[in-house]
Design a binder for this molecule. Structure first.
Ligand code: SAH
Length: 246
């Protein structure tokens, strides 16, 4: 029997989850389509990342990049961006869209785990937004993300907290009442508490430097950054300059 290819050995991918994103590949860039929420929150998270880490001239990898909603805007701010995703269909859409926009982004069909094997410490900034709640073993992804960051570099994560309020707002509200997300987008048990991420990051020699909540107001249809992190949140962490292996 031939040995398994590298990407299979590291297959911490829930293919049913990736399919949810892939079968709507053509909708990714429709601001009113299934990914409208990602379009709506993008300016807020882009600004937050840029304020903390400064994107201009930085080497960035965007893990679980989808069709490139965040990747493209980071490239526009002057970052050299690589985007990774487990879904081939939406990566194809990402490539076409970047070409049309005249942006040079390096898109790779792979996982954080496989990429980290040969790119340890290669990035000033690693982003992994709205992905951890879709993978079977988020800790294994975090182990790979931290390895990709150079000493002194930044890691940005976003996901959904595991609280009753997140269940009410992110699943019942967003999927069933307001129809902001396709039903079945999220599963409560996969939500992750900020303390769980923080503990994992500190173990790898990272310091959590900032955290913000992200909230939607059905009254005016707007998203805002807010102090409370009990539903959607973003976390910034920095790898210690002198720390041992990540
Ligand atoms: N980060 C983007 C897209 C979030 S949607 C944004 O915030 O705009 C989640 C994405 O993660 C999908 O594109 C899905 O294909 C991808 N994904 C899920 N599991 C993955 C894995 N294990 N490795 C890489 N990408 C994954």
């Amino acid at each position: 029997m031939s040995p398994e290819p590298e990407s299979r050995r590291h297959d911490n991918v829930d293919h049913a989850e990736v399919h949810k994103f892939a079968h709507r590949a053509r909708e990714w860039w429709d601001p009113n389509g299934a990914f409208a929420t990602l379009h709506a929150i993008n300016p807020l998270r882009l600004e937050w990342i840029d304020q903390h880490a400064g994107l201009e001239g930085k080497t960035v990898v965007d893990v679980g990049c989808g069709a490139g909603i965040l990747s493209e805007t980071m490239a526009v701010r002057g970052a050299r961006v690589t985007g990774l995703d487990a879904g081939a269909e939406h990566l194809e859409v990402a490539r076409e869209h970047a070409t049309e926009a005249g942006l040079k982004i390096h898109y790779l069909h792979t996982t954080a785990e496989a990429h980290a094997e040969h790119h340890a410490g290669a990035y000033d900034i690693v982003t992994c937004l709205e992905m951890l709640e879709h993978v079977p073993d988020p800790e294994a992804v975090i182990d790979a993300l931290v390895r990709l960051v150079r000493p002194g570099g930044w890691l940005f994560l976003s996901t959904i907290n595991r609280t009753p309020r997140a269940f009410a707002e992110a699943i019942v509200g967003a999927e069933y009442v307001l129809n902001m997300l396709p039903t079945g987008t999220h599963e409560y048990a996969r939500f992750i508490r900020p303390s769980e991420l923080g503990t994992a990051l500190r173990r790898h020699g990272f310091r959590v430097t900032a955290m913000t909540g992200l909230t939607y107001s059905p009254l005016n249809g707007q998203y805002r950054l807010v102090p409370r992190t009990d539903v959607n949140y973003l976390m910034a962490a920095r790898r210690e300059e002198t720390a041992g292996p990540a």
